[in-house]
Design a protein around this ligand. Structure first.
Ligand SMILES: [Zn+2]
Length: 297
C-alpha cells in the first residue's frame, strides 16, 4: 500500500521538518478548544494540528470531529485534524471510517512487541487506503493523560534506532520516540531528556519518517520559557503535542469565574485564555509566520 501523497497533516509536518520548526498539535476536548486553536493560528499566521482523543468519539460520535474538520477546511492558514493515542484496533477503524481525520496515532504500545508491530502494520494499511497517515510510538512513553488509558503501571521503554527501524517497516509516517519524555507530571528533577538518543534516532530515520514529541507539559515552560521546546525542535522534532499547557489555564479560569460570569461570557473569555496560551506555543516552536511554507497538494 503506497503512502498517501495528498494529506494535510503530512504536508504541514513535512514543511516543519524542512523548515526547522515544529507545528503545535493541540489536544482538544471541546468546541472552545477548536475555535481557540484556529484563532491562534490565524493570529500568528501559523499552521496548527487539532488533536482529539478516542474519548471525543466515544462521547460525541463524529460531532466534534466534524466540527474540527470544518474548522480546518475554513481556516485561512493550514490546519489538519489528527487522532492522538488510538489504543484499540476497533477505534482506529471506526475513526478512519468516520471521515475527517487526516492522521491517526496507532498506539498499540500496551500489546507485546510482535503483536504491536503486526497490528500497527495492519492498521496503517487500513488508514493509508483511506488517505489517512499514521503515527506510532516505539518504546513506551510513560504516564497518563486525560482521555488516554494510563500506562503508569507499565515500564517505560526508551526508543532505540533498531526499534525505530522495526516500526518504520510497518509503514508509519510519524514516529514518537521515548527519550526521557513522559506524559503528565515529571519528577522533582524535571525532565531528564536524552538528546543524544533523540539525535541518533533522527539521523537513522531521516527521509523515512518525521519525528513527533509527546510529553511537553507545563514542567517544560518554567523559568526559561520555551527553551526545552526549542532544543527539541533543534534535534529534529516537527510536531509537539500540547495538552495541559492550554487546558489547565482554561480549567482554572472556569473554576474561578463560573460563579460570577454568565455562560456566554464565560465561554468566550475561556476561549480567549486558550488562544493566548496557544499563541505562546507557536512562538516557542517557531511556527509563527510559517503558514506560507505549507503546500497542500
Ligand atoms: Zn502522548
Amino acid at each position: 500500500m503506497p503512502k498517501p501523497t495528498s494529506n494535510r497533516a503530512k504536508a504541514i509536518v513535512d514543511a516543519a521538518a524542512a523548515g526547522g520548526w515544529a507545528v503545535p498539535a493541540m489536544c482538544l476536548y471541546n468546541l472552545e478548544g477548536i475555535i481557540a486553536s484556529v484563532r491562534a493560528a490565524e493570529a500568528k499566521n501559523s499552521p496548527v494540528i487539532l488533536q482529539l482523543f478516542p474519548w471525543a468519539i466515544e462521547y460525541a460520535d463524529g460531532l466534534l470531529l466534524h466540527a474540527a474538520a470544518e474548522a480546518a477546511r475554513n481556516a485561512k492558514v493550514p490546519v489538519a485534524v489528527h487522532m492522538d493515542h488510538c489504543q484499540s484496533p476497533e477505534m482506529v477503524k471506526r475513526a478512519a471510517d468516520l471521515g475527517g481525520f487526516d492522521g491517526i496515532m496507532v498506539d498499540m504500545s500496551h500489546y507485546e512487541k510482535d503483536e504491536n508491530l503486526r497490528l500497527t502494520a495492519e492498521l496503517t494499511t487500513y488508514c493509508h487506503a483511506r488517505g489517512i497517515i499514521t503515527e506510532a510510538e516505539p518504546g513506551r512513553i510513560n504516564g497518563g493523560e486525560d482521555g488516554v488509558a494510563d500506562t503508569a503501571e507499565l515500564e517505560g521503554i526508551l526508543t532505540t534506532p533498531e526499534q525505530a527501524d522495526e516500526f518504520i517497516a510497518t509503514g508509519i509516517d510519524w514516529l514518537a520516540p521515548a527519550f526521557g519524555n513522559v506524559h503528565g507530571k515529571y519528577g522533582p528533577q524535571g525532565p531528564q531528556l536524552q538528546y543524544d538518543r533523540l539525535r541518533s534516532i533522527r539521523e537513522s530515520t531521516k527521509g523515512r519518517v518525521e519525528l513527533v514529541l509527546h510529553g511537553a507539559g507545563a514542567a517544560w515552560f518554567g523559568s526559561d520559557e520555551g527553551k526545552l521546546l526549542r532544543e527539541n525542535v533543534g534535534c529534529g522534532i516537527a510536531k509537539c503535542n500540547i495538552n495541559d499547557v492550554i487546558n489547565d489555564p482554561y480549567r482554572e479560569f472556569l473554576a474561578k469565574n463560573a460563579g460570577t460570569t454568565g455562560l456566554t461570557g464565560l465561554i468566550e473569555k475561556a476561549t480567549d485564555v486558550m488562544q493566548r496560551e496557544t499563541e505562546k506555543c507557536m512562538d516557542w516552536m517557531m511556527s509563527s509566520g510559517k503558514a506560507g511554507e505549507v503546500k497542500f497538494a
